[in-house]
Design a binder for this molecule. Structure first.
Ligand SMILES: [Zn+2]
Ligand SMILES: [Zn+2]
Length: 340
């Protein structure tokens, strides 16, 4: 079986699909690695706004070019590539302004198009033309290249921060994205990064990466130690309303709130929390996914030595994908990646 297909909520089937043939302008990728992230879990467990069923999930993947259709230039059989997972229309105002991730006509692998939970993936001609296939530079592994999408999402968020210089940063949630965000901000020169994470093993991993994770109830003490009345920047990297509330409450006047993680619980946000945005004159910036430039930057960053190889990875076979999607981040590795 070489393909996992989601037909309905919590209904995933393993099937054997023939190797696809490329039409004019298309490229067929033999997928090497594909990340399984929290969004995939959400698609499987609850559905997702952009998900169209039946669908082969997977939007974080790398592989080798298996075949190319007539007229394809710059990409050849045997090239190692990573895939930017979105194909935008290229014509609307959002696209023209370089905000392709906001395109209303966006087609995303694993949501509107079949993605990397399959041995082979067909890249439509429009995507090939837009340059969503990036040749992996020498020195970057196919495994590291599969992490370009999550890193691109972190880059998309951090590039909206007006100024990092001598700023205190609070990250809420030390999962894959919280950890990548913290590593990225440290790489970009933030000197004071505090991460809250309630799960013991994730705190241990963060310690191994040189961070000093804490629990939300210790934040007031930490602010005293840092001699600050509030954080300059707070980014909730967790889907719980509680983390959003903590972020708003812990920011200083004029602070920056990065609304990075969509909220998935059913709790209401208290008006006293929202009023923090008003009274403290916070700047709130939403960030959803990443644009084509962000994943391009991610690949370049990894090639330039951004340390991504030190993150623990749990490699799984395709057969284990359903049991992984059923879990609530219970696995002890940060990244879970399918190895085809
Ligand atoms: Zn993802
Ligand atoms: Zn567009």
């Amino acid at each position: 079986m070489n393909t996992a297909i989601l037909t309905d909520k919590e209904q995933i089937h393993l099937e054997q699909h023939p190797t696809p043939e490329p039409d004019k302008g298309e490229v067929i990728i033999e997928v090497a690695y594909c990340g399984v992230c929290r969004t995939d879990r959400k698609c499987y467990q609850q559905g997702q706004r952009d998900l169209h069923l039946p669908r082969i999930l997977g939007h974080e993947f790398s592989g080798i070019v298996k075949s190319v259709g007539q007229g394809v230039e710059n990409i050849a059989i045997g090239d190692a590539v990573t895939v930017h997972p979105g194909i935008a229309c290229g014509n609307c105002n959002n696209c023209k302004e370089g905000n392709d991730q906001r395109c209303h006509d966006m087609k995303i692998f694993g949501f509107h198009l079949d993605g990397g939970f399959s041995r082979y993936c067909k890249i439509p001609a429009s995507g090939v033309q837009q340059g969503i296939l990036r040749t992996i530079p020498e020195g970057v592994s196919l495994l590291a290249a599969a992490m370009c999408e999550p890193l691109g999402c972190a880059i998309h968020m951090t590039s909206a921060i007006p100024d990092l210089n001598e700023k205190s940063v609070l990250i809420l949630g030390g999962g894959v994205l919280g950890t990548l965000m913290a590593k990225l901000l440290r790489y970009e020169g933030a000197d004071s990064i505090v991460i809250t994470e309630p799960v013991d093993y994730k705190r241990d991993l963060l310690c191994q990466l040189g961070f000093h994770p804490t629990l939300p109830q210790h934040l007031n003490e930490i602010k005293k130690e840092l001699t600050i009345d509030g954080f300059d920047i707070a980014i909730p990297c967790s889907p719980y309303s509680e983390c959003f509330a903590t972020a708003a409450n812990q920011l200083t006047n004029g602070g920056f709130l990065g609304f990075f993680s969509g909220l998935t619980d059913d709790n209401m946000i208290d008006k006293n929390v929202l009023n923090q945005i008003h009274y403290k004159e916070l700047t709130m910036k939403g960030s959803y996914g990443c644009g084509a430039e962000d994943t391009k930057k991610a690949l370049k960053l990894i090639a330039d030595g951004f340390p991504i190889d030190d993150l623990p990875v749990n490699l799984i076979p395709l057969e284990a994908v359903e049991s992984t999607l059923k879990q609530q981040e219970t696995n002890h590795a940060l990244f879970t990646i399918i190895q085809h």
